[in-house]
Design a protein around this ligand. Structure first.
Ligand code: ASP
Ligand code: MG
Length: 412
């Protein structure tokens, strides 16, 4: 038997996001692009998202029935979007004489854990993909979905088609994984906010993972974790032009010369403050154990200095998990005998990211100075080797991104 891993470099995985297949003309356009790769002799596996805003519309439908839909039924519902797009794309390829077949996540053998709505991929068997490739077909895989050990359909979290693409590319040892979207690549900042934002021609996995986690919306953050772990060769580009986009690659020495690669703002988090918590060993452990048990992703954590044996503790959570957080917090506040809890969803987290920070100092001071020059107050700060994040008032988020972009000379 031919081992299709050996097809290696000529195999390309392409992922088309919702905007690239938003209507039938765009689907035909995608089919033409795939055909051009076939004609150059590549084997092609395509991963597609649902058409346009389909997933949001399906969720909205569910919301009109109940505010507490079961996660299993949600997955049953939202996985349908991708099934529509793969079938239409296969038809569009047939129409222009290209042999192609569409497959669902379960048909492809994408096996996940038992979590619904944000399942993790455990393994991909991919025998079916290999078999179809051997027949000379373009294989079109429904993104965002898989099946668990109980043969239940699961989905991989919003933006999960990126994860499908990266996981399929690493399983098949593809020569390239192209991520097609409606922007031309990864920018130094959101071009809608910063007029002179620049497209980056290359960026490291580490930086891209940080940018994705911090609110740049080009790639799902979890997919970047997998891409980084397995060094999947990635090219983020637009399906509307032939221009090269941004290549994601391993860090090379030259990248360190750039202090900051990008600036992001994440407006999708809320701040939770527990007031007057007894300042004793073990209290934080109790609090965050209950929160993690509820599957809530805590980001920044800050504890204030202690007054008379009590302290305030603040942390941030995704806005989408705020209701769940409130449920748990009520119990926690009673449990640890804190005075109360306050929520603030008028926050934004602005961040600067760059591998150059590892070897340069003074970056934080420059960031704080730039924010101060616009009289923007900093509420929380967190740092890692290659990023600095500040929580500020949401209404200053765009202004903060602009002043930071300028302070670090990122413009054209
Ligand atoms: N259709 C899903 C979503 O909108 C998955 C994806 O687009 O990647 O989240
Ligand atoms: Mg989508």
């Amino acid at each position: 038997m031919v081992i299709f891993n050996d097809m290696g470099k000529s195999l390309i995985v392409q992922k088309y996001g919702g905007s690239s297949v938003a209507n039938t003309d765009r689907i035909k356009n995608v089919a033409n692009r795939i055909a051009s790769y076939r004609k150059k002799g590549h084997s092609v596996v395509v991963v597609v998202s649902a058409l346009g805003d389909t997933t949001d519309e399906l969720l909205e439908l569910a919301g009109r029935i109940t505010d507490k839909p079961s996660d299993r039924e949600l997955d049953m519902l939202i996985s349908t979007g991708e099934q529509v797009s793969v079938a239409l794309l296969a038809m569009a390829l047939h129409r222009i004489g290209i042999d192609a077949i569409s497959l669902t996540g379960p048909q492809v053998g994408i096996i996940t854990d038992r979590t619904h709505t944000k399942a993790k991929i455990l393994k991909i068997s991919a025998d079916r993909i290999r078999l179809e490739l051997k027949k000379g077909r373009v294989v079109i895989v429904a993104g965002f979905q898989g099946m668990n050990a109980d043969q239940e359909i699961t989905t991989l979290g919003r933006g999960g088609s990126d994860l499908t693409a990266v996981a399929v590319a690493t399983t098949l040892n593809a020569g390239m994984c192209e991520i097609y979207t409606d922007v031309e690549g990864v920018y130094t900042a959101d071009p809608r906010v910063v007029k002179d934002a620049k497209k980056l021609s290359v960026i490291s996995y580490e930086e891209m993972l940080e940018l994705a986690s911090l609110g740049a919306q080009v790639m799902q953050a979890r997919s970047m974790e997998v891409a980084k772990k397995y060094s999947v060769p990635l090219h983020i580009r637009s399906s509307f032009t032939d221009k090269e986009g941004t290549i994601i690659s391993k860090e090379v020495k030259a990248m360190e010369e750039v202090l900051v690669s990008g600036v992001t703002a994440n407006k999708g988090e809320a701040k939770v403050t527990i007031c007057d918590v007894p300042d004793r060993p073990g209290i934080a452990a109790v609090i965050f154990k209950d929160i993690s048990k509820a599957d809530i992703n805590v980001d920044m954590i800050i504890q204030n200095i202690s007054r008379k044996g009590h302290t305030d503790l603040s942390f941030t959570v995704p806005m989408a998990e705020l209701n769940k957080t409130k449920d748990v917090m009520n119990k926690i506040v009673r449990g640890v005998k804190a005075k109360g809890v306050v929520y603030n969803n008028e926050i934004a987290k602005v961040s600067i990211v760059g591998v150059g920070m590892k070897t340069h100092s003074g970056v934080a001071a420059k960031m704080f100075q730039a924010l101060a020059s616009k009289k923007i107050n900093i509420d929380m700060i967190s740092t890692s080797e290659i990023k600095i994040s500040c929580v500020i008032n949401k209404k200053y988020a765009d202004g903060a991104v602009r002043v930071l972009h300028k302070a670090f000379n990122l413009g054209k």
